[in-house]
Design a protein around this ligand. Structure first.
Ligand code: FHN
Length: 472
């Protein structure tokens, strides 16, 4: 029996086409679904969701205190060239001594910091009370402290050391819960497309490079991609060397967007563009790129109200190591500067310039340890605090956190009575932060509060009295 075909040949061809279309649609849907999920996986696995400005700045505002590290080939000459002491900051020696590039390159063969121990450096910073580290990935001399694929002018190819310093530091920071951040110079005295104005003319800042854009697109950005994607999530990209003629605010805005596209949660300073205004650190107006202002070697007298800012400062007179710079700030000065900066709502980025063998100068280490002893007792009067509500009292500074005023008393009252400038709110209690029992100190009420304090100051440098206000 001849079975009647279920359908004609034409009908079967039509069904074949429909079937093939349905199958290819199903395959397309499957591919689309798998791509989306992997994209979401990437986003969620990078834990780098799109954060608000406040969410991004949150850890940084809480930290208040970080370590700046200026380290590179300039530690080899350490301020001396051809037997002569060279004036100026140590990391500028190539420029200050007008060292030709091929001469300067010889320092790479002498850079073998066998004493470098990332874990020791990170523990030193953490024990000092510092919550983040900003290290020079590349300073103006162009030398790279990491294994860069876009140049041999780096620690892996140009030196006998052949270890990726940034990778070792990243591992140590992750282990100890310290945020890793990179300083990166836009200005580059080594790259042929970026050398002017500093080479061979030295300090002829009127000079520009015909191929500067090539340097930006084929070198600066690829290196930043290496730094932002190969060393784990970074806290801050700290740009510098932005003052050159070839760099513009539009370029800065583009670079800011580029780096944020690589790691959306990263924080970027205002030296990515032209908003720095010299050593004061911040130009008025919000038309400039960058998340915080960068006063250098100074604390703004009134702070920088309404914006995030960070004072960076050396312990002596140089950022990069100089063997004979012994003009060290006292630990007292450094602790009081930390309190001063925090009392104005800023962060304090304190610098060390490691030696060529990879050790931190003993005088720097001593100060960091002494600051750590103070922070061990008083850290809550720094971390997460905001600017004073008492102005700048004659006896010291004030930081604030919630309903607590932290009175940083530099000059302890000889008569046992601490006079507090007028405050808004009623006092609940007062106690010495150094007193683990938090025994209440006698307080007179009213607008002009006085606190009876012991004859002996708990700390010779900065004794903190906590004034707890009744919750309004
Ligand atoms: O030229 C640099 C200098 O070497 C150092 O890195 C400081 C640190 O903020 N920044 C530049 C000078 O403003």
């Amino acid at each position: 029996m001849q079975l009647e075909p279920v359908m004609t040949k034409k009908q079967s061809r039509q069904w074949l086409v429909i079937g093939a279309t349905v199958v290819s649609l199903l395959i397309a849907l499957f591919i689309l679904a798998s791509c989306t999920s992997s994209q979401e996986a990437r986003l969620s696995s990078s834990k780098d969701q799109v954060l608000t400005q406040d969410e991004r700045m949150d850890w940084w505002r809480d930290a208040r205190f970080g370590l700046f590290i200026h380290w590179g080939l300039y530690a080899v000459p350490a301020g001396t060239y051809k037997g002569e002491r060279v004036n100026g900051i140590g990391e500028w020696i190539m420029n200050s001594a007008k060292i030709p590039v091929e001469e300067y390159e010889k320092f790479a063969g002498q850079f073998n910091p066998v004493g470098f121990n990332a874990d020791q450096w990170v523990r030193l910073a953490k024990n000092a009370g510092m919550k983040y580290i900003v290290i020079t990935s590349k300073h103006h001399d162009g030398f790279c402290l990491w294994d860069s694929k876009v140049t041999d002018w780096d620690i892996m190819d140009a030196t006998p050391f052949k270890r990726d310093i940034l990778k070792e530091l990243a591992a140590a920071c992750k282990k100890h819960g310290v945020k890793l951040c990179f300083y990166h110079s836009i200005m580059d005295w080594h790259h042929p497309d970026a050398q002017a104005p500093f080479y061979p003319n030295y300090n002829d800042t009127s000079k520009s490079n015909p191929n500067f854009d090539r340097y930006v697109e084929s070198y600066l950005k690829p290196q930043l991609a290496e730094l932002v994607t190969n060393y784990g999530p970074l806290g801050v990209l700290w740009f510098d060397g932005e003052w050159i003629k070839d760099w513009t605010e539009p370029k800065g805005k583009d670079l800011y967007a580029y780096v944020r596209s690589l790691q959306p949660s990263i924080i970027i300073n205002n030296r990515v563009g032209k908003g720095r205004k010299g050593m004061e650190g911040l130009s008025a107006g919000d038309e400039y790129a960058g998340d915080f202002g960068t006063p250098e070697q100074q604390v703004p007298p009134e702070g920088l109200p309404g914006v995030d800012w960070e004072t960076c400062m050396t312990m002596n007179d140089t950022w990069g190591y100089k063997s004979y710079d012994e003009n060290w700030k006292s630990t007292e000065t450094l602790i009081r500067t930390l309190a001063d900066v925090a009392s104005k709502g800023g962060n304090f980025l304190l610098n060390v310039g490691p030696m060529p063998e990879g050790l931190i100068p003993p005088a720097s280490e001593e100060r960091l340890k002494e600051m750590g002893q103070w922070m061990a007792v008083n850290r809550e009067s720094i971390y997460g605090t905001t600017a004073s509500v008492l102005g700048r009292p004659d006896w010291g500074r004030c930081t604030v956190k919630g309903n607590r005023l932290y009175l940083h008393v530099f000059d302890w009252p000889t008569d046992g009575t601490l006079e507090v400038p007028p405050i808004k709110g009623e006092v609940e209690k007062a106690y010495l932060l150094a007193d683990k029992k938090r025994a209440s100190l006698p307080v007179t009420g009213g607008a002009n509060v006085t606190i009876s304090v012991p004859a002996q100051a708990p700390d010779a440098v900065d004794s903190v009295v906590v004034l707890v206000l009744k919750n309004q």
